[in-house]
Ligand binder design. Structure first.
Ligand code: AP5
Ligand code: MG
Length: 212
């Protein structure tokens, strides 16, 4: 099963994908996580994209497309994949159609007020990438990752100015993909406003999804 997760920043794409990769036995490929790991490791890619992602703007299409194209050639994608955060522009979607089209595109729907509440309370593990929320998904020990024990951080792009930019980029460049995939009859919607358990249950209940 090849799934694209679409939706505004903070809708819960990464939260669902973390569980779904185990239940569906396909890798979770998050372009945002790949970029953040590159920044942390100060690789050439990381140095190139650091200021862009921290500001909340989008990384150039050519670079992102090539990164995903290469990632999807790896052996772990034999039974499919979950692409979280890609495509985010029409050129990216066209490129994906040309090399590995998705079976379904899951659109996580959430209003602006809830987006702001989720992003402003998010805490992220810089070591393993796991995500928490101070109110909705607190870690067992405040400020500490349940999985690996590292100290949790606030993502650079979860600061107010960057959140604004990300929402603007979403509306201008990513939201048109809803029509794009609706026209191809591959779009399915999930109401992302209830709690994490209910959202995940709604996701697993989508027609045609099967746990391996
Ligand atoms: P990326 O990492 O993809 O960021 P995003 O799309 O802005 O999405 P988020 O990760 O912020 O939100 P999410 O939907 O995963 O929500 P989460 O599960 O964490 O991209 C970052 C940057 O990289 C971009 O801005 C861009 O610069 C660059 N980039 C990436 N891909 C690119 C591309 N294709 N092209 C160009 N540039 C690209 O949940 C949010 C919070 O809510 C968490 O605290 C969580 O615990 C909580 N939560 C989750 N679900 C629920 C729930 N149901 N109820 C209550 N709380 C919940
Ligand atoms: Mg995410």
């Amino acid at each position: 099963m090849k799934l694209v997760f679409l939706g505004p920043p903070g809708a819960g794409k990464g939260t669902v994908a973390e569980r779904a990769e185990r239940d569906l036995a396909v890798p979770h490929v998050s372009t945002g996580e790949i970029f953040r790991a590159a920044v942390k490791d100060q690789t050439p890619l990381g140095k190139r994209v650091k200021s862009v992602i921290e500001s909340g703007a989008l990384v150039p299409d050519e670079l992102t497309i090539e990164l995903v194209r290469e990632r999807l050639l790896r052996g772990d994608t034999k039974h499919g994949w979950i692409l979280d955060g890609f495509p985010r522009t029409v050129p990216q979607a066209d490129a994906l159609e040309s090399f590995d089209p998705p079976d379904k595109v899951v659109n996580f729907e959430l209003d602006d007020e809830a987006i702001l509440e989720r992003l402003s309370g998010r805490r992220t593990c810089p070591a393993c990438g796991r995500t928490f929320h101070v109110k909705f998904m607190p870690p067992a020990k405040e400020g500490t990752c349940d999985s690996c024990g590292a100290a949790l951080i606030i993502r650079e792009d979860d600061k107010v100015e960057s959140i604004r930019r990300r929402l603007a980029a979403y509306r201008a460049q990513t939201a048109p993909l809803i029509e794009y995939y609706r026209d191809k009859a591959r779009l399915v919607a999930v109401d992302a406003s209830p709690g994490a358990e209910a959202v995940y249950a709604a996701f697993l209940g989508l027609p045609g999804l099967s746990a391996r």
